[in-house]
Design a protein around this ligand. Structure first.
Ligand SMILES: Cc1cc2nc3c(=O)[nH]c(=O)nc-3n(C[C@H](O)[C@H](O)[C@H](O)COP(=O)(O)OP(=O)(O)OC[C@H]3O[C@@H](n4cnc5c(N)ncnc54)[C@H](O)[C@@H]3O)c2cc1C
Length: 257
C-alpha cells in the first residue's frame, strides 16, 4: 500500500513574513525574499503559479491589499520570493520598491490560485506567453520543472515566449539564461522597443506571425498559458482558436486586481 503524500502546509489567515533579501532585477523591478517572521523558512507549501495577497495597513488612509505571484519555485526551499514591477502612478508597487527593506515585515495571505501546471489535465508540451511582470508565474514554473522534464508530474517540454520593452527590462534573466540550456526548455525573448536580433532576441510585439513562427507544429500536443496585457492575451487566444486548439488547453491569468 502506498502512503498518500502529506497535506500541503498552510497557515490560516494572515501570516507575518519577514523580508530577508531584496534584489534589483531591473531599473523598475525588485525581488523580495520572504520568510516566516519567527521560525524562518517558508511557512507554507505552494505550487508554481500561485500568488500571495499582501496587505499594507499604514501606507494609505485605508488598508490596501495587492496580489503578487511567487517568482521563486517550490523547489527553492527556505523562502518564497515576489518580483514586483513598478506601475506608473501605482501605490503599492512603488511603495514596495521605494521602502520595503530587509528586516521589515509584511502581512500575507495564501498561497492562492489555480494558474498552475496540472499533470492530470495538461498536454505534454507546456507553452507559456508572458510580458512584463506577467512573466513571474512562468519564471516559477521554469524554475520548478526545467530539470524534471519528462518525469512524472512534469511536462515533457517547455516553451516560454516572453516580451519586454528592451534589454534593460529583462526580469530574472541570469536564471532564465541558465535554465534555457537544459534540453527541452526553450525560452524565446522578444524586445518590443529595441532591435537586438543580432544577439538572439526577436523584435516586436508578439503577434500572429511570431506565434506561428514559434509555435508551428505544437498545436496538437500542447497546453498554453498566458499572462500579461489583455490585448496580448486576447490575440493569443484568438490565434490558438484559429489553429483549432481546444479551449480547455488554454489558460489565462489576469494581473488586473
Ligand atoms: C493574481 C495576481 C498576481 C499578480 N502578480 C504580480 C507580480 O508577480 N508582480 C507584479 O509586479 N504585479 C503583480 N500583480 C499586479 C499587482 O497586484 C498590482 O496590481 C500592481 O502592483 C499595481 O498595484 P499598485 O498599487 O502599484 O497600483 P494601483 O495604485 O492599484 O494603480 C494601478 C493603476 O491605476 C492607476 N490609478 C490608481 N489610482 C487611480 C485613480 N484614482 N484614477 C485613475 N487611475 C488610477 C495607477 O496610475 C496605475 O496605473 C498581480 C496581480 C494579480 C491579480
Amino acid at each position: 500500500m502506498t502512503t498518500p503524500p502529506p497535506a500541503p502546509r498552510r497557515k490560516k489567515g494572515w501570516m507575518t513574513l519577514k523580508v530577508t533579501r531584496v534584489e534589483d532585477e531591473t531599473w523598475d523591478t525588485k525581488t523580495f525574499y520572504l520568510e516566516d517572521s519567527v521560525e524562518n523558512g517558508c511557512p507554507f507549501d505552494y505550487i508554481a503559479g500561485q500568488y500571495l495577497t499582501l496587505r499594507f495597513d499604514k501606507i494609505a488612509e485605508k488598508a490596501v491589499a495587492r496580489s503578487y505571484t511567487m517568482s521563486s519555485s517550490p523547489n527553492q526551499p527556505g523562502f518564497s520570493a515576489l518580483t514586483i514591477k513598478r506601475v506608473e502612478g501605482g501605490l503599492v508597487s512603488n511603495w514596495m520598491c521605494d521602502n520595503l527593506k530587509v528586516g521589515d515585515e509584511v502581512k500575507a495571505l495564501g498561497p492562492i490560485g489555480k494558474f498552475c501546471y496540472d499533470p492530470a489535465k495538461f498536454q505534454p508540451h507546456l507553452i507559456m506567453l508572458g510580458a512584463g511582470s506577467g512573466v513571474t508565474p512562468f519564471v516559477s514554473m521554469v524554475r520548478e520543472y526545467a530539470d524534471k522534464l519528462g518525469q512524472e508530474g512534469a511536462p515533457r517540454e517547455m516553451t516560454l515566449l516572453v516580451a519586454y520593452r528592451s534589454k534593460l527590462d529583462l526580469i530574472c534573466w541570469p536564471d532564465l539564461v541558465e535554465l534555457n540550456k537544459i534540453p527541452g526548455v526553450n525560452i524565446i525573448t522578444t524586445l518590443t522597443r529595441e532591435d537586438a536580433q543580432s544577439e538572439g532576441f526577436l523584435h516586436g510585439r508578439p503577434d500572429d506571425a511570431m506565434f506561428k513562427k514559434v509555435l508551428e507544429g505544437t498545436y496538437q500536443n500542447s497546453s498554453y498559458m498566458t499572462c500579461g496585457p489583455e490585448a496580448m492575451m486576447d490575440q493569443f487566444v484568438e490565434f490558438l482558436k484559429a489553429q483549432d486548439v481546444p479551449h480547455e488547453h488554454i489558460h489565462l491569468e489576469s494581473f488586473g486586481n
